[in-house]
Design a protein around this ligand. Sequence first.
Ligand SMILES: NC(=O)c1ccc[n+]([C@@H]2O[C@H](COP(=O)([O-])OP(=O)(O)OC[C@H]3O[C@@H](n4cnc5c(N)ncnc54)[C@H](OP(=O)(O)O)[C@@H]3O)[C@@H](O)[C@H]2O)c1
Length: 264
Amino acid sequence: MSKTTKILLVGCGKMGSAMLKGWLEAGYKKEHIRVVDEAASRLPVKSYDKPSAIERTFKPDVVVFAIKPQVAAEVLPLYAGYKGALFLSIMAGKTIATMKRKLGNNAAVVRAMPNLPAMVGEGISVATGKVSTAQRATALALLRSVGQAEWVAKEELMDAVTAVSGSGPAYVFHWVEAMHKAATDMGLPTNVAEALVKQTLKGSVALMADSNIKEIQQLRKDVTSKGGTTEAALEVLMNTKSGLLQLLSRAIRAAKKRSKSLSS
Ligand SMILES: NC(=O)c1ccc[n+]([C@@H]2O[C@H](COP(=O)([O-])OP(=O)(O)OC[C@H]3O[C@@H](n4cnc5c(N)ncnc54)[C@H](OP(=O)(O)O)[C@@H]3O)[C@@H](O)[C@H]2O)c1
């Protein structure tokens, strides 16, 4: 795809600025990018505090919505005039039908869910929408500037995606907090505990990076010798009534349920 794609980014907070950085690093031309955000004056691209200030000659191929879902109803109609553009939303819970009501029934809309590691180019996004093959490729290329991206046909799967990868980084951060607490409770100094937990996570992720789920299961078995320390811990973690599987299933289902109830 041409890196001269004209992009209008609406909302340049945590996710918007991560995406902007990714696009520039991926070779999208800054002359072809505009940003609308009230507080976006120190950006490497032309930015505006309101859409009416954008030069009339600028015709975006893609309008990316990285604003909070709460302001969508008032903000989206301001961009409905960009007929023919692809609208790419990363807003949690905003359905394509809801967005089309604000952008026009014929608008080409892609709904995506990225996650926070996009800030370091290691995000994963899932996208969906009934758009042309070229528009789908454009959306995926923009999302792949900040990590991996997958496409799903069914929009209703976005609640599960939100529950697994959208909210997922927080589960991992809490895992680190919990291991750190257990380590310091046993007397390890906080900085040593921090190093042990973070490097164990980093090393384990590196070890399993190119492995499939069966191989990852095998890696777990490789660390677990009969009657050893890991086995003692896993007897607790893999308890069929109160183990991690049950806990994480409950947590992820709660997130999915909330995502569904917030959808509009
Ligand atoms: N953070 C995540 O992990 C994550 C993951 C997946 C999806 N998302 C989605 O990404 C979206 C953005 O989240 P975020 O974490 O980046 O939020 P954020 O940091 O609050 O960014 C939102 C930005 O939009 C700006 N804004 C507000 N009203 C605007 C308007 N009328 N026109 C243009 N810009 C406006 C805000 O400016 P002010 O601060 O001045 O209001 C802010 O800079 C959300 O819809 C969220 O659901 C986030």
